[in-house]
Design a protein around this ligand. Structure first.
Ligand code: AMP
Length: 278
């Protein structure tokens, strides 16, 4: 538990407490910290969490916001995959769990996360956008004890589209970037509008290096969705009760969703970039 204790260390610059009581306050606070001339250091103190079922696009939007806001995007799934690839002592145990779509123990996750936060802190990072964490009520409660999360964005998408999206997911084995080869055209039904998503194709230098995640098979994706409903959906309620949850229904692919997400977050891409260079 030493690593967890390190994560809980209250003096860490990563653990910057900000006091916000409602989602609306959180969103307007983001806007004012960008525009009130507080400068670079305060601008980078966002402590956000992205929630949502597997395949919804947490990684895509968290990574875009991370570049825009200048805070690290930390995906616990990436930390687990890096650990697997390192062939370290935990690899075999982890491979079995991950390939079945099950959750890794809280202790391992806290250990990996605390190491990642410490490494970032040593490089001068501050703030974060967490993706894939917390995934259980216990993880959310511990995180809540050690730091204040400013905002939790809950991404939502129709389930039929989700499975298709997961099956089309590919990763470049060299640079680690994610792409999607699925061309989705879901029909309108039961009062829901139709939805189209163009594939997110890789540049030519990644095209020959694409791999599919071992846990992106239909069977495992369905198990991951089941586990999400059982273990992770209660986390949405946890943050809703704290007044920090911002629900966001993805209207389609990146071209439709990205501007709408920025709007919901009260962010103006041009203004954010301008304040970053000022
Ligand atoms: P992801 O890329 O977020 O879908 O994560 C891939 C896999 O890593 C998951 O299916 C879990 O086995 C494991 N994992 C990632 N984050 C967590 C977490 N917060 N708690 C437990 N297991 C996790």
């Amino acid at each position: 538990m030493a690593a967890l204790t390190r994560l809980m260390k209250p003096t860490s610059t990563i653990i910057t407490r900000r006091s916000l009581s409602t989602t609306t306050a959180a969103v307007s606070d983001i806007q004012s910290s960008l525009s009130d001339g507080k400068g670079g250091s305060s601008r980078n103190n966002f402590q956000w969490v992205f929630l949502g079922v597997p395949g919804v696009g947490k990684g895509t939007y968290a990574s875009r916001l991370s570049s825009l806001l200048g805070v690290p995007h930390i995906a616990t799934g990436d930390l687990v995959r890096n650990e697997l690839a390192s062939k370290g002592p935990l690899s075999n145990q982890l491979a079995e769990i991950v390939n079945q779509g099950k959750l890794v123990s809280d202790e391992i996750i806290f250990n990996l996360l605390s190491k990642r936060l410490e490494a970032g802190e040593a490089k001068g990072e501050s703030g974060f956008i967490l993706d894939g964490f917390p995934r259980t009520i216990r993880q959310a409660e511990i995180l809540n004890e050690v730091t204040e999360i400013d905002l939790v964005v809950n991404l939502k998408l129709r389930e039929d589209v989700l499975v298709e999206k997961c099956l089309g997911r590919r990763i470049c084995s060299e640079c680690g970037k994610g792409f999607n080869v699925a061309s989705i055209n879901a029909k309108a039904e039961n009062g829901r509008p139709g939805m189209s998503m163009a594939p997110l194709l890789p540049p030519s230098h990644c095209a020959s290096k694409l791999v599919t995640r071992a846990d992106d098979t239909e069977e495992v994706v369905k198990e991951r969705l089941r586990i999400y409903q059982e273990k992770s959906q209660p986390v949405e309620g946890f943050y809703r009760d704290l007044g920090k949850l911002m629900e966001f229904d993805l209207p389609g692919g990146i071209p439709e969703s990205w501007p709408k997400l920025l709007e919901a977050l009260n962010l103006d891409e041009y203004e954010v970039k301008r304040s970053a260079v000022a």
